[in-house]
Write a protein that binds this ligand. Structure first.
Ligand SMILES: Cc1cc2nc3c(=O)[nH]c(=O)nc-3n(C[C@H](O)[C@H](O)[C@H](O)COP(=O)(O)O)c2cc1C
Length: 189
């Protein structure tokens, strides 16, 4: 199985990278991992021009940055995992830019021609945060669910690692979450 992982933290060696790395190592023997560090890419904000709606057969956009190659990699994956720190109850702006730009993957919304280039793709949300899950990491799950519904993907799991302090302090709780995630998603762990 090809698993595309998208790291949404600007900290390449931070909490999210640590937990995501644990997951990738766990599945790497049995599955192909294709990682993109979104904050190292150039993904500009959506301009709202809707030109992308004219090319239903391929991801189209007037902005020729790294977003379209990332979307093509998503199309080639069996599972797409979004790994992100929680920033103000939602995604960091770099990740949000990619999410807004994924508007180009679905065309004809609200018409009989509604379609998505990611139709049926399995997706996963992994979040690290400094606080608890309750009244904190709830909104991001709703945003993720709505956005996946729009691009006709199937969310197969939401995994939240609460009370993260430093990468060095990430321990058994995260390990258990990663193991469960690998079992649920690719049957490893
Ligand atoms: C700008 C900013 C906003 C944050 N907002 C939240 C938040 O709303 N809720 C929370 O629990 N933690 C919040 N945090 C803490 C991070 O989510 C947490 O430390 C996370 O594990 C950082 O991951 P990283 O090391 O991969 O960047 C915030 C941190 C920053 C820098």
């Amino acid at each position: 199985m090809r698993v595309m992982t998208i790291l949404g933290s600007p900290r390449n060696n931070g909490n999210t990278a640590k937990v995501l790395g644990m997951f990738e190592r766990l599945i790497a023997d049995a599955h192909e991992v294709d990682r993109v560090n979104v904050t190292a890419c150039e993904v500009k904000g959506c301009l709202g021009c809707r030109t992308c709606q004219n090319t239903p057969a391929e991801p189209g956009c007037v902005q020729k940055d790294d977003a379209l190659p990332i979307f093509r990699r998503m199309m080639d994956a069996d599972v797409v995992l979004y790994a992100t720190p929680l920033y103000c109850w939602c995604f960091p702006s770099q990740m949000k830019a990619l999410i807004d730009r994924s508007f180009c993957l679905a065309t004809g919304y609200g018409t009989p021609d509604y379609q998505s280039l990611l139709k049926g793709k399995r997706t996963v949300l992994l979040v690290t945060c400094g606080g608890p899950v309750e009244d904190n990491a709830d909104l991001i799950k709703v945003v993720f669910s709505r956005m996946n519904s729009y691009v006709q993907c199937k969310v197969v799991g939401n995994y939240i690692v609460p009370f993260c302090t430093t990468p060095g302090a990430i321990g058994p709780q995260a390990e258990a979450i990663v193991k469960k995630m690998a079992g649920d998603i690719v049957g490893v762990g």
